[in-house]
Design a protein around this ligand. Structure first.
Ligand code: ADP
Ligand code: MG
Length: 285
């Protein structure tokens, strides 16, 4: 890793945690008990784009529900945006201000148009005029400036999910929780929704936690957590595409030759400084 990248990395890991769970346990049912979460401790840094994978029933939605304060854990602790959820008095208010939700099925209100749907979470937070302007701004942000007055059934699946994303951002949440947001879309439209979320993550510095079954979707994240039987069982850091390309090049015959300073035809034609620059780059990946 170069000095610059090294510093960026240090800054990143030194970042504030937006979510921190300690040994979260959630047990459902009275008779036959289901241990939906079995001791989950995760830390999510502010501004991260995290994806959570794992088979059906592994506890992904339960975890999002705990983080989003939609439900309470049986034991363990969840801190979100510096607040211990167990001590939050007004959970509705907390949710409205801190968390935006996107679900597999968009859950738009069928009788309200796109703009009105985006305004819903702002009711009670902002006045009418401000709500109106902000909803329009958000719909522009998700590329629906020409669909403001359309009802949900006049929109495509991908467009409806864009409205849902705009609605999730209504109150400038620190955190967006998306539970299989592409599950109901074809793969191309799903990829567009994820790309949109990534842009929003970069532009607004909003943290995203996205549950998905789709490895192609998960790979778009900077980190992937895998759950099984209520536990976090794997963690993968996804390199930037450039780093991955370099890593692949490093493993190739040519990459090895450069690293070992072996003399081969291709390298002889390359200026010495260039060869050394390439070598030091490869040494860093
Ligand atoms: P995932 O989202 O990974 O598919 P869930 O978090 O929805 O998994 O569910 C985890 C486990 O908890 C499953 O065995 C599921 O049947 C159970 N479960 C989820 N919600 C409830 C509930 N409200 N009541 C009882 N059991 C539940
Ligand atoms: Mg689920």
């Amino acid at each position: 890793m170069s000095d610059r990248r090294g510093r960026e990395w240090e800054e990143m890991v030194a970042d504030r945690a937006i979510v921190e769970t300690e040994n979260l346990v959630k047990i459902y049912g009275d008779g036959t008990k289901v241990r939906a979460l079995d001791g989950v401790s995760v830390r999510v840094s502010e501004g991260e784009f995290l994806s959570v994978m794992g088979p059906s029933g592994s506890g992904k939605s339960t975890l999002l529900n705990m983080i989003g304060a939609l439900d309470r854990p049986t034991s363990g602790r969840a801190l979100v945006n510096g607040q211990d959820l167990a001590s939050v008095k007004d959970l509705d208010r907390f949710r409205a201000r801190t968390v935006g939700f996107v679900f597999q099925l968009h859950n738009l209100i069928p009788t309200l148009n796109a703009r009105e749907n985006v305004e819903v979470p702002m009711v009670g937070q902002l006045g009418r005029g401000e709500r109106h302007d902000r909803a329009e701004h958000l719909l522009e942000l998700v590329g629906l400036e020409d669909r403001m007055d359309h009802l949900p059934n006049q929109l495509s699946g991908g467009q409806r999910q864009r409205v849902a994303v705009a609605r999730a951002l209504a109150n400038e949440p620190a955190l967006v929780l998306a539970d299989e947001p592409t599950g109901d879309l074809d793969s191309e439209t799903g990829a567009e929704i994820i790309e949109l979320m990534q842009h929003l993550n970069e532009d607004l510095s909003t943290t995203f936690i996205v549950v998905t079954h789709d490895p192609a979707v998960a790979r778009q994240a900077s980190r992937i957590l895998v759950m099984r039987d209520g536990k976090m069982v794997e963690e993968h850091r996804v390199g930037t595409p450039f780093e991955e390309d370099l890593a692949e090049f490093r493993r190739s015959g040519l990459g090895e030759a450069i690293l070992e300073r072996r003399e081969i035809d291709f390298l002889e034609s390359m200026a010495r400084e260039k060869r050394e620059a390439l070598r030091s780059l490869l040494e860093q990946v």
